[in-house]
Design a protein around this ligand. Structure first.
Ligand code: SF4
Length: 212
């Protein structure tokens, strides 16, 4: 094993022990390819599935796999023809059997940290879909809650602001200025400290850097 493979595996073991104490279901896969296969197997035929905006789902190929499955009903907002249809998909997604997303950060102590602009993704994380499946590269694991929030504000959000061509201070400086600008993508900061019901939230940690 390479040093980074060993590091990710050791850090994942510590993190998973703490996630399991908090009633999350946990898995570890060395590669994105293995993670995508496992995640797809967790979803039975005839399920209704939705997903939140995520570079991890795009980079890992998870979004494509879901789009290729003809045995599930996929609620895909990229297929919406109008803002009204997007809104309808957001609402229907709250009744999905499975909801896919990543997490902006995960603490070694086992908390999930997510910041959303619209709130459709964190809304589904908190309540609604029967199951939530999270794919997260080990680059998302932070040593403390403070560092996890800082990671989201000073790494994930500026990168997302650039990706979405938002006119925010962080898009220009690379650092959060705690703005309230019209283009701000940070409306809701959600810390998930346990899964309720038990194992509703399933986390697949991946031994590769993925997403922001
Ligand atoms: S609050 Fe504003 S400046 Fe800070 S990360 Fe969010 S969008 Fe960027």
């Amino acid at each position: 094993m390479t040093p980074s493979e060993t590091y990710y595996e050791n850090l994942a073991k510590t993190t998973m022990k703490n996630l399991e104490k908090r009633h999350f279901e946990c898995h570890y896969c060395k590669t994105a390819q293995e993670a995508v296969k496992l995640a797809s197997e967790l979803v039975p035929s005839d399920s209704t599935v939705s997903f939140g905006g995520s570079m991890t789902l795009a980079e890992s190929g998870m979004a494509d796999i879901l789009k290729q499955r003809s045995d599930i009903t996929l609620l895909d907002r990229s297929k919406a023809g109008s803002p009204e249809e997007v809104k309808e998909i957001y609402h229907k997604s709250l009744n999905a059997d499975y909801y896919f997303m990543s997490s902006n950060a995960i603490t070694v102590e086992g908390e999930l940290v997510n910041i959303d602009g619209t709130g459709n993704r964190v809304g589904a994380l908190i309540y609604g879909p029967e199951h939530v499946i999270i794919l997260a590269g080990m680059n998302k694991v932070s040593p403390s809650l403070e560092e996890a929030v800082s990671r989201v504000k000073n790494v994930a959000s500026p990168l997302n602001a650039n990706r979405l061509s938002r006119n925010t201070p962080c898009a220009a400086t690379g650092l959060c200025s705690d703005c309230l600008s019209p283009d701000c993508i940070c409306s809701h900061t959600v810390i998930t400290r346990k899964s309720a019901p038990e194992k509703r939230i399933k986390i697949i940690l991946i031994g590769e850097p993925l997403g922001y």
